[in-house]
Write a protein of this length. Structure first.
Length: 467
């Protein structure tokens, strides 16, 4: 007999969930809601209207699947999850919530939640999830697989904002790796938040009380980078006047963050590979092997697989680094995150600049959402900082938003490799004009050209207003 427990203080949600579970278990759409025999699957539905009652039922009944609301008066979903896992760490728990936010998602996944579902509930997706969870439980009971999680801890310091599906997946992935020490590769365009992801992995997991040490692999010459990473002994080279600890040693049992890892020289790549394989290294000029405890997180804004194909990065090292990889999509691929990011950044910028710009007119939000953000979240943050500085009252007016500054001609031509300079110029002027809704004096400011030059360019390129 399969037992499914539903915990929610809202009766209407319990009714919907009951129906969906029924449909999922019976494999059709008209399943008996309160759990009779359907198509050979015998199951029983248990319900609780608060966390404490839910825990009592878990203790008595040992359900095969628990579906719990996150926020309930008194005992919340995370408490239920924690207790459920103490009793039987193989029981799948699905957390349902109207509030999807980073820290509870990460915590729930760390605590071993099977998945995290936000309201409004996608019915078909939920039914598939229930089926998957029960299937996993069956496999577990037959002794084929096992999962477990570390217990959660303090609120992490750095914040990753976003409510898109893509961002929620990233919260989950962070939850999956923060409880262990596997090597992680974070990939994403410049300004997408790779460093922030690395810091959150560090501070929300087992490494949280240890050092986080970042090294930019592109910033230094090869010799300096080597001594930066591994340290050196006195006299190892000219200028090495005393022993120096490297970043691997300084990171201790914490995290070493290798930023722009694609830029490492072939020689250092070999050395790093050895360090990962042997879990030890020697200082430059030294002989004593020093053990490595630090978790490695590497980041790149390049497509590392391509760099491997081009023969510029060792394939064996690539595989060692991407034991687990997190790909952060560019902001333009998750524009739904923009409103939340705007609100978050405005609050931060206001505090920093002692301003109170807190009204964003609809058309301005619209403009921010339709822009392409080649510089990703960093560009958005810059544009908003400038906007707050330019704003006179507490409204972020359209005129305060200056887009296109990070979109230098270099940026445009990098994105479109085969354009001529004239085409780039045409494209750029057209974009700016669209952004400012053909307000030509605004456009001249952004483009840094005079009005008469703008007029002649418009004529020369026959740019027309398109709406
Ligand atoms: N989802 C997010 N929520 C809040 N802040 C973010 C988010 N993504 C990025 N940021 C902010 O944007 C800025 C850029 O992020 P970060 O430095 O992590 O990017 P990056 O991917 O490492 O960029 P680069 O490749 O240029 O080094 C930082 O100020 C960071 O705080
Ligand atoms: Mg970075």
């Amino acid at each position: 007999m399969t037992k499914v427990l539903i915990i929610d203080d809202d009766e209407s949600i319990r009714i919907i969930l009951t129906r969906l579970v029924g449909e999922s278990v019976s494999g059709n759409n008209g399943g008996a809601p309160d759990g009779d025999l359907t198509a050979g699957h015998e199951y029983r539905l248990l319900e609780a209207e608060n966390g404490a009652e839910g825990i009592r039922i878990i203790e008595q009944e040992h359900p095969d699947l628990i579906i719990s609301d996150l926020l309930m008066p008194g005992t919340g979903g995370l408490d239920v999850l924690r207790r459920a896992k103490e009793i039987d760490d193989r029981v799948p728990v699905i957390i349902v919530t109207a509030f999807d936010e980073m820290s509870s998602t990460i915590q729930a996944i760390q605590l071993g939640a099977f998945d995290f579902v936000s309201k409004p509930i996608d019915h078909e997706g939920f039914k598939t999830l229930v089926a998957r969870a029960l299937e996993m439980k069956r496999l577990n009971d037959s002794g084929l697989t096992s999962t477990s999680g570390e217990s959660g801890g303090n609120q992490p310091d750095p914040v990753l904002v976003g409510n898109s599906r893509e961002m929620k997946d990233i919260f989950k992935q962070i939850g999956m790796v923060s409880g262990n020490r596997v090597t992680v590769l974070v990939q994403g365009e410049s300004g997408t938040g790779k460093e922030i992801v690395a810091r959150i992995i560090h501070s929300s997991g087992v490494t949280r009380d240890e050092p986080f040490v970042a090294v930019n692999c592109s910033a230094l010459t090869e010799t300096l980078l080597e001594s930066e990473l591994f340290g050196h002994v006195k006299g190892a080279f000219t200028g090495a006047i005393r022993d120096k600890k490297g970043k691997f040693e300084l990171a201790g049992a914490g995290t070493i963050f290798l930023d722009e890892v694609s830029e490492m020289s072939p020689e250092l790549q070999v050395k790093l590979l050895r360090v990962i394989q042997e879990k030890q290294f020697e200082k430059v000029g030294g002989e004593l092997p020093i053990p490595v405890d630090a978790r490695i997180i590497a980041a790149t804004n390049k497509d590392l697989a391509r760099i491997v194909e081009m023969g510029k990065f060792r394939e064996d090292l690539f595989f060692r680094l991407k034991v687990f990889s997190i790909d952060i999509p560019p902001l333009r691929a998750r524009k739904g995150d923009i409103p939340q990011l705007v609100v978050y950044f405005l609050a931060r910028i206001n505090t920093r600049l002692h301003k109170n710009v807190n009204i964003v007119p609809y058309e301005v939000m619209d403009m921010l959402q339709s822009y392409d953000w080649i510089g990703n979240v960093r560009e958005l943050e810059n544009v908003l900082t400038q906007g707050v500085l330019l704003a006179r009252g507490n409204v972020l007016e359209r005129g305060c938003i200056v887009l296109g500054q990070d979109r230098s001609v270099r940026g445009v031509s990098a994105a479109n490799k085969d354009l001529t300079l004239a085409e780039v110029e045409l494209e750029y002027i057209r974009k700016v004009l669209r952004q400012v809704n053909w307000n030509k004096s605004e456009a001249t400011k952004i483009l840094g050209i005079s009005k008469s030059t703008l007029y002649s360019k418009i004529q020369e390129y026959r740019i027309e207003k398109d709406e």
